[in-house]
Design a binder for this molecule. Sequence first.
Ligand code: SAH
Length: 345
Amino acid sequence: MTYAWSILPDEWKPILKERGLRPFRADQILQSLYRDYITDWDAATTLPLDFRETLKREFPITPAREAAVSRSSDGTVKLLLEMEDGALVETVIIPANGRLTQCVSTQVGCAMGCAFCASGSKGLVRSLKSHEIVSEVLAARKYGTLTNLVVMGMGEPFANYDETMRALKLVNSGRGPNLGARHITLSTCGVVPGFAKLAAEGLQFELSVSLHAPNDALRSELMPVNRRWPLRELIAACREYTVKTKRIITFEYTLIDGVNDSRENAEELARLVRGVPMAKVNLIPLSPVEHRPDFRTPPESTLMMFLDVLMKAHVQTMLRRSRGKDADAACGQLRLREIERSGIK
Ligand code: SAH
């Protein structure tokens, strides 16, 4: 079975031909899918009836079911989507600064097990297929026209590289939803082989790296992935990526009270990121998670001190404020709630 939302625009003609179908229909198909945004082949009225029946059979369209919607007072909308097999996936739509940014998931749960992250606290259920990731993007359309996409929902995109890239290429395509590559950001916890693969694609996607600690001892404690790919290897991969693509890398650093927010941590972080040309740092105050009540958001004075150390070291740094908190929109929380309430997996 080939799902309609997994086929890249250029692939339609050869796929139709291979199956003895009329390749000239490809343009009409693409118009129906990504201009009219149909969710059912019956709505593709420009196509003959018998051809629609064939499409239904061979290339099903797979809209996700909206299992829950929660809205935050700041305008953030969080959708809990149910896939064909009942898997629950969350996606968040965030209006801010004249933009509408969607945060998508690439896996159900996550295998990475970062200590502070709710998505990983129950392990990995399964990876999403490209058509399912695309279905998240298309499900968001009724809440407005997206300007940006960030792959920062549940899951590790570089641990589901092929399906994630296929979905992003489709969303980026001019004959698809046509979202600009520079408006699409991938975030990885540091799965090193992904960097060279992404660099080789020659695409203009943005890349963020979740760092969260400036030395191996602390990083391995917070992020088990660091035991597989320690900082030396991660930073080398970042440097190679930047040199090859001439593109900026943004390091994400979630500040946890008394854990990774000391002056020494900030100084060490500054030294570390200066090893990567054009690097930027985003500081994010921890969004508290139920499974780790000992992890708290640092006080404002600590956030300011940390920011100040980086700025004085001439590291380009932004302090981000978490949004969507009252919609449980931070990091795996809605899905977790639903699981706890209903016992679903
Ligand atoms: N697996 C990818 C993308 C998903 S997480 C990655 O690790 O980058 C998106 C971002 O949210 C990551 O930077 C992650 O570390 C951060 N995050 C996870 N839990 C958080 C929490 N409780 N508070 C603040 N940020 C968190």
